[in-house]
Design a protein around this ligand. Sequence first.
Ligand code: AMP
Ligand code: MG
Length: 493
Amino acid sequence: MTKHDPTFNFDNTYARELEGFYVQWQGAPAPAPKIVLFNSALADDLGLESNALNSPDGAAIFAGSVTPTGANPLAQAYAGHQFGGFSEQLGDGRALLLGELLDKKGARFDLHLKGSGRTPFSRGGDGKAVLGPVLREYLMGEAMHALGVPTTRALAAVTTGEEVARDGLKPGAVLARIASSHLRVGTFQFFAAREEWDKVRKLADYAIERHYPELASADDKYLGFLSAVLERQASLVAKWLHAGFVHGVMNTDNMTISGETIDYGPCAFVDTYEPKAVFSSIDRDGRYAFGNQPVIAQWNLTRFAETLLPLIDADDSENAIRLATNVINSFVARYTEFWIAGMRAKCGLASSEAEDVALINDMFTAMEGQKVDYTLFFRRLADASLGQDDTLVSLFENGEKIRAWLKQWHDRLLRDSLDPSERAKAMNSVNPIYVPRNHRVEEALVAAEAGDMAPFAQLLEVLADPFTKCDGLEDYEGPAPDGFGPYKTFCGT
Ligand code: AMP
Ligand code: MG
């Protein structure tokens, strides 16, 4: 059913230019759609009318029941390596792209529904999503955005009025999501696996036009494209490590071409610093552990490079492999550059010295096995920069190593001609005081599922300004209480 809705001004380049890359499809009818959350600030940025959309009509649209004027709903085809094993066909099994919107600055975004019913790509799945995970994705995306990490974002969360079977019956829900695009490494893999090279080329040209237009007329544009995607992913994953974020399911179908974080399933923020930290119940071998994310990013980019080889050099596959390998091999250096630049800022270093890498590595060595809270560590490092080492040292079980390190670090700070209070301010502007602590997220979701949205709304508000310490919000600063126990997350829910 189509209904007139003047609030969207859709464009549909994906539908128009990439026929054969999707299935046109409609959302399932929802018995009683209701808006649970609406992101007015994001709606404003997108030039949408919040009043018209934060309404029963908007609820029906975001649930997938009603197709707004100008939308061209479709399920995208993609493949992907999941935990290292290749699936030739995944695709939008419970999602629909409604169309593209241009924001006030002219930037293009997908409006996408997740949980809107079965599609031809659903395989055994029911095509649905439930309230807890939908709210979780909403919260995590907004938190990452406020932290300055490129990410998809939530425009709205709605309940459908339907009960969905998930470890008992849960309220069915749909997330309306905004993304620079939903092009994934897995989208390229879908067509490369079928050796449909014309389609891979068409997809690459589309992606270049949309995300890397400066490459469109370059001679070696496909190699440049690989390099540009690698650059954005290296920057993104460095930001994850700066923030203490574990994505949890870095399958190639969950890696974007735009360089945005996508698919907040089993993700979590670390409390204590631990490179081996894993939260996902299914990641038994630690493939997607906190400290392993750069390694996996490079592995995924290698899979991406494989899909582009015939485009890089159609006549000489050896040459194509050599060129692509050079780009892939540049990942470690590029990632390290991003990582070090961010770490320098976190540690208050204003200039660059070659020895900074060793200094920062020594800092992490001092933290190892000490159950130090990652977020608090950097906040208290700003206090230490003003001469108050003790609150930082008190985070450690044994303060010996960190005291020795602090001495080296204070010496290093002296070599930057920076006003100490300016330095501390700069550090606090990159080191958050509020992150989505696992116990806080759980508490908010449990209350929301029981019908009380107040804790969720408060948490969302706190996370919208993560760098400014506020009196009265001390309960949002600290790690989980001892009784909280090890945290487990679940995906595909
Ligand atoms: P994800 O783990 O959410 O990245 O999803 C991996 C694949 O499983 C994608 O093809 C999804 O569309 C599909 N999928 C996940 N959950 C469901 C579901 N409940 N019904 C149908 N397909 C699903
Ligand atoms: Mg996914």
